[in-house]
Each structure stands twice: as structure tokens, then as C-alpha cells.
Design a protein around this ligand. Sequence first.
Ligand code: ZN
Length: 247
Amino acid sequence: MAIRTILTLDKPVLRTKAKKVSRFDAYLQRLVDDMWETMRAAPGVGLAAPQVGESIRVLVAEYEDQAVALVNPEIIKRSDDEVLGTEGCLSIPGFVGDDVPRARAVTVKARDPRGKEIRVKAEDWFARVLQHEIDHLDGVLFIDRIPKENVRRVEEDELIEEGEVEKVTTGKNGKQEKQPERNERPAASASPSLPGKGPGGRSSSSPPPSSRPSSPLTSASSASSASSAVHSSSTESATAATRGGGR
Ligand code: ZN
């Protein structure tokens, strides 16, 4: 097993519709093993193959006693009720999005890494994780599902501690499952008084974002053109980037 480099927003492979897997071979098995290791090391609760530069329909996700590696996943049933929650993404470090709408429950049909057909029923937080990861396979990111004002900066360590999905608030009854330690860090991460209109709502009190994507929103707005333009070359360049290590 090996930890792979998690690609960030500016990589075309993240905006490309991933291909279906047709061979359930040792290569796939190794990829899945690497994805588990990469996800847990991040740490995160879910990871999709395009995030490590493989443009194929594979994801891993883990929550409490549920841990699944899904190949060619398809949502075959989704609940009518939609819930809003805050999401982060290992490919968009330093930012989260509020009020990302998701179906509260989904049933996913997929194959396991050996090719056996499986079904996964997920609710609430785990359902959100699966929808987030399946979106990745279509080149869709959470920032595409919310208005720009809902994207905000967080401290990087806060995001990483919390994993891929930082917090979930169920929209229906307003119950909050988890509160990040936002209240304890008023200066850095709270400030809901961020500009809002500016990309990422960068506040003057934040440290300079030297090595971060300057704005997920800029990339998002050009995403549709990018994803169609890169179809031919994305796989190779992404693979090269992965092998190159270190971002
Ligand atoms: Zn993600």
C-alpha cells in the first residue's frame, strides 16, 4: 500500500467525468488499498479515485461501522427530503461550504473491488459522504451546488481534523450532530462577517494563503469549459502528477 498525492481543485482530472471500471484486477485492488491508506492518513471520511489522479469510477468511504469500497456506484434511490449541511473536501483544502443540499438517504448500487454486485443503504451523514464522492466521479464538487457566498475559509488544521465532511446539520429538524470548535477560535475561522462577495471571503486576519488555491470559485466558474476541454489529456497528466509526488 502507498499513500498517494491528493490532487487539488486546479487539476483537470477533478473536473472530468470518470470512466466505468470493466476489469476487476490486481491494479484495481491496489488502487483501492492505496485509497484507503491515503484517505485515513489525510484524514478523511471519503475519497474518490479522481482525487488521486485516476479517472475511473471508484470510491472509498467510512463512517463508524460502515466502510465501503464502491466500483461503478450508482444512486438508484434517493429520499425526497433534502437536508442542508456543511462540507469540506480534501481537494479543496482551507475551504468549506455551508448549506450544501443533499438527499437525506440514498441507496447505491455498485460492485465491490472483486466485481461482486452490492447495495449500500445510507442515511444522514453517510448518505452525504456517498453523494459527495459520487459527485467526484462526475467531475462535480460541492462548490458547484451552492452559491458563492456559502463558501468560506477555515483554518486548514480544523478542516483536516474534521475530515472530508466537517459538519452536518440536518435541515429538517435543525439538529446539529457536530459543531466544529469554531467558537473557540473567533479571530481566525469564525468571522461570518467575511466579505461574502469576494472569492472565498478572505478575511484580513487570515495568514497569507501562499500555497493554497487562490480561490475555488474562480476555478469553479470556468469548470464547465475546462472539463470538456481536457477529456483527452487529463488521464495522462494526472497520472504524471501523481507519480511526481509532492504537490
Ligand atoms: Zn471531496
